[in-house]
Design a protein around this ligand. Structure first.
Ligand SMILES: *[C@@H]1O[C@H](CO)[C@@H](O)[C@H](O)[C@H]1NC(C)=O
Ligand SMILES: *[C@@H]1O[C@H](CO)[C@@H](O)[C@H](O)[C@H]1NC(C)=O
Ligand SMILES: *[C@@H]1O[C@H](CO)[C@@H](O)[C@H](O)[C@H]1NC(C)=O
Ligand SMILES: *[C@@H]1O[C@H](CO)[C@@H](O)[C@H](O)[C@H]1NC(C)=O
Ligand SMILES: *[C@@H]1O[C@H](CO)[C@@H](O)[C@H](O)[C@H]1NC(C)=O
Ligand SMILES: *[C@@H]1O[C@H](CO)[C@@H](O)[C@H](O)[C@H]1NC(C)=O
Ligand SMILES: *[C@@H]1O[C@H](CO)[C@@H](O)[C@H](O)[C@H]1NC(C)=O
Ligand SMILES: *[C@@H]1O[C@H](CO)[C@@H](O)[C@H](O)[C@H]1NC(C)=O
Length: 523
């Protein structure tokens, strides 16, 4: 099942782990590992009790972190690499299980791989403001969840009202302030170090953060610079904006990614639905924007589905996460251009990531994490109008997707009990490796450059392809660098550019590249 996060700052993750446990012999570690009941019997689960509130040493309150471990495939075992796959607000255990072969290959095979469901996710300190999903949907003006038109002032106003209604509902929900104040990124960083304390004799962190996981990574590296042995930030979010402003830069490369999607498409006629049109990439792109404009006035209807700009933009937003959905995206968009074929559109749309997902229906954790960390200067509606404009300036295609998220945060009633207050500029014990894709519609390369500029001696690698995170578009060059970094600690030259190993419209994946370069020989 495809699951997408509210912020979109996540890998797509699978559904929940089952809870079977069969205790096996504990190691010398402080965590007892047992079978998770997954198909792959070598994968283990465990729990670690940590303080609920790190700022209150007198409090005895604790929470249990739920962990999953993929054991090293080669001996001797070196240590463990911890992961966060983003969200915020998504579980991490099953994502790690699903990507275990790939991630073992990329970390060299001598490390155990560990992910825990961070606070606010799955069973750990989830933040909810409603008794049922139906109540949630009815309460905060669900129809405004994904504004696609920055000029629709009535809709923006209604959504603003909705974000205040949400804040009221949360504030009055029993137990909300307690949970919401405990799920911030600084506490999550301390949780990572608790895991390190429980499993690593040398007390050092090895970590790979993707998407929102890069905010957590930048935070843990800033708070515990002397305890960093390896840290990879991949698909980077600007942590300054995440903490002190609204996430505008997030959308910086959305339009250029879409432009280049169309250009690359036409280069591969047998995989590109636009190729029979005898039009230029420029004309096709203009035609698509015209269709979006037209749908604003008069949406198309197929069966019981209203095909409006929100539906189409949301489809584009999540399809641009990975070249693996580029060919179907071209078919879906081509079927909206005249002569349209809505049967075909609907058939493709149904299979696209994010199509059947209620982005806001699960719980309030994503907002609690995202908004509780924020200390943005703009709060009133008048002040926020500048933010809405900045968002649509940043990307005409997707910038308005950020409006509702910014509104939630402007009105959010509870701050994280601890916030990292620094400027993400430190010297870590071992330098950081930062990776950014050339065409990433949701974490632009300039955010990777921004983070790399802050961490002394960190190195930025540009993965010269498409999608969200380096796994989205395989490159032997990037993958060798990441593996060498984990295995030996070596870093490439500053500002290394890596070609991808195949075109965005080729039927290949990261796994194919890992096989070709022998990194999956253990599998
Ligand atoms: C971890 O905690 C969960 C929830 O309390 C429990 O179901 C599970 O059995 C525990 N796992 C282990 C390995 O102790
Ligand atoms: C707070 O977290 C606890 C523990 O995860 C959970 O049982 C409870 O339902 C949460 N309360 C709220 C209001 O989200
Ligand atoms: C939610 O559930 C609690 C406990 O069952 C109940 O007291 C409360 O009235 C419910 N809230 C709403 C809005 O229905
Ligand atoms: C394609 O378009 C070009 C330029 O508009 C035109 O000269 C050419 O005849 C067209 N070819 C076909 C097959 O329609
Ligand atoms: C529209 O698409 C459907 C599904 O692919 C196909 O069966 C049908 O023939 C198409 N209609 C036209 C007019 O091309
Ligand atoms: C948005 O772009 C317009 C036109 O370039 C510019 O005048 C305006 O200042 C920008 N607004 C913000 C908030 O960046
Ligand atoms: C990083 O981004 C922040 C927020 O946009 C900005 O204030 C800062 O100047 C940037 N730093 C660098 C080195 O670009
Ligand atoms: C992509 O390649 C796989 C084998 O690598 C094949 O099974 C599949 O049919 C191909 N898909 C397309 C659309 O060509």
């Amino acid at each position: 099942m495809w699951k997408c996060s509210l912020l979109g700052l996540a890998l797509l993750s699978s559904s929940r782990a089952s809870a079977h446990t069969r205790p096996i012999n504990a190691r010398s570690e402080k965590i007892t590992w047992a079978s998770c009941g997954l198909d792959e019997p070598s994968i283990l689960c465990g729990n670690l009790t940590v303080p609920m509130d790190y700022t209150n040493p007198d409090s005895k309150a604790t929470i249990d972190l739920q962990l999953l471990k993929v054991p090293a495939v080669y001996s001797p075992k070196k240590a463990s690499v911890l992961f966060n796959f983003g969200g915020p607000g998504l579980e991490a255990r099953l994502t790690l299980a699903g990507m275990s072969q790939q991630l073992l290959a990329l970390t060299g095979g001598h490390y155990d791989l560990i992910a825990h469901d961070p606070r606010g996710t799955a069973n750990t300190l989830t933040v909810s403001c409603f008794n049922t999903s139906a109540e949630r949907i009815n309460t905060y003006y669900y129809d405004t969840k994904n504004i696609a038109d920055p000029e629709d002032t009535a809709l923006i106003g209604k959504a603003w009202g909705g974000s205040k209604v949400l804040a009221n509902a949360c504030y009055n929900y029993p137990g909300f302030p307690q949970n919401a104040s405990m799920v911030g990124t600084a506490f999550s960083a301390r949780d990572l170090m608790q895991i390190v304390d429980a499993i690593e004799p040398d007390g050092l962190l090895r970590y790979w953060g993707l998407s929102y996981g890069t905010v957590l990574g930048a935070t843990v590296a800033s708070m515990f610079p002397d305890r960093i042995d390896r840290i990879v930030l991949d698909g980077v979010t600007n942590p300054h904006e995440f903490n002190n402003g609204y996430d505008i830069e997030l959308w910086a490369d959305a339009d250029t990614t879409f432009t280049n999607f169309v250009i690359e498409c036409l280069k591969v006629p047998n995989r590109c639905a636009f190729s029979n049109r005898n039009s230029t990439a420029d004309d096709i792109e203009k035609d698509i924007y015209n269709i979006l404009e037209g749908l604003k006035r008069e949406p198309l209807v197929h069966g019981t589905t209203i095909i409006d700009p929100t539906l189409v933009r949301t489809m584009i937003r999540f399809a641009l996460y990975s070249p693996s959905t580029f060919e179907p995206l071209s078919i879906a968009l081509n079927s909206l251009l005249p002569p349209s074929n809505l049967t075909l559109f609907q058939a493709i749309h149904k299979q696209m990531p994010g199509s059947s997902v209620d982005l806001l229906a699960a719980d309030e954790s994503p907002s609690a994490i995202h908004c509780g960390d924020k200390n943005a200067p703009q709060r009133t509606f008048e002040e926020m109008e500048e933010v809405f404009e900045a968002l649509s300036n940043e990307s005409k295609l997707l910038g308005s997707s950020g409006i509702v998220l910014a509104q939630f945060c402007a009105n959010w009633p509870i701050s994280a009990k601890e916030r990292y207050q620094g400027d993400f500029s430190v010297k870590t014990r071992h330098p950081m490796l930062v990776v950014g894709n050339t065409f990433d519609s949701t974490t632009p390369l300039r955010s990777a450059q921004n983070v790399s500029a802050g961490f002394h001696s960190s190195i930025l690698v540009e993965n010269g392809g498409f999608g969200h995170g380096s796994h989205a578009h395989g490159s032997a060059c990037t993958y060798r660098i990441i593996r060498d970094y984990f295995v030996t600690g070596s870093l490439p030259e500053a500002d290394t550019f890596c070609e991808t190993s195949y075109g965005p419209f080729e039927n290949k994946s990261a796994i194919d590249v890992l096989k070709e370069i022998g990194f999956l020989d253990f599998a």
